[in-house]
Design a protein. Structure first.
Length: 252
């Protein structure tokens, strides 16, 4: 497919972990990818991996909580590619503290990175999607939104609240942006990545999988495959939904 005909995806938090897995999965579908991340040192490696798949990749260093920066990146993407078709709101931040230990600043930052970021980028890309009358938005919620927090995954009160907000936002956006833009979210369970916040999962994997029906933790590939399905499959008759991907994690 010629570059001008390829669809274009923005993936936040795309330099490593689940975001990198999502970017890889989408690129394998022949989609050009724009990576947004604070980890400037990790972006070049992921960019090279994606370009090796035969698609284009651009990178932006940004704090996803910055509303103005989201608008700038959307405009830069339109200037470079002429279109924005897919948004993957993946960037997130774990928060292990409960309500009695959590400070106001920690609460604000957790919601800003996990929830406000989804608003920032959805608002930034929606006009381009509506103009073309085609779009897909997939946001990363969590099983924590349903459970109220999984201590083993160092994610509790504020994180659970932010991820639950993503489910509500997804349903509202699906109504507001339909029929041309499909909006869904994913609720991963125990996913093993290199991200520092997942150290507990790596250290206690043998113990944790006893409460998972498939007897393993998930990987970024597992999540990426579902994201790619929701972002690229046509015709699409799925919107406003949250999908739990946890191998049936029944002991949380």
């Amino acid at each position: 497919m010629a570059a001008a005909e390829r669809r274009v995806a923005i993936v936040t938090g795309g330099a490593r972990g689940i975001g990198r897995g999502c970017a890889h999965a989408i690129a394998r579908q022949g989609v050009d990818v724009v990576l947004v991340d604070l980890l400037e040192d990790k972006l070049p490696g992921t960019k090279a991996e994606i370009e090796a798949m035969g698609v284009n990749c651009e990178t932006f260093v940004a704090d996803v909580a910055d509303h103005r920066r989201a608008k700038e990146i959307a405009q830069a993407t339109l200037s470079r590619f002429g279109r924005i078709d897919i948004l993957v709101n993946n960037a997130g931040k774990a928060q292990p503290k409960g309500i009695l230990e959590l400070t106001e600043d920690e609460w604000d930052r957790t919601l800003a990175v996990n929830l406000k970021s989804c608003f920032n980028y959805a608002q930034a890309v929606a006009p381009a999607m509506l103009e073309r009358q085609w779009g897909r938005i997939v946001s990363m919620s969590s099983v924590n939104a349903h459970s109220g927090g999984v201590t083993a995954a160092v994610s509790r009160f504020a994180y659970a609240a932010a991820k639950a907000g993503i489910i509500g936002m997804t349903r509202a956006l699906a109504k507001e942006l339909g029929p041309h833009v499909a909006v869904n979210c994913i609720c991963p369970g125990l996913i093993k990545t290199e991200v520092e916040g997942n150290a507990v999962i790596r250290e206690r994997e043998a113990e944790l999988i006893k409460g998972v029906a498939l007897r393993r933790v998930g990987t970024p590939v597992d999540v990426g495959n579902l994201v790619a399905f929701l972002a690229t499959t046509e015709p699409c008759f799925i919107t406003g939904r949250d999908f739990i991907i946890d191998g049936f994690q029944y002991n949380i």
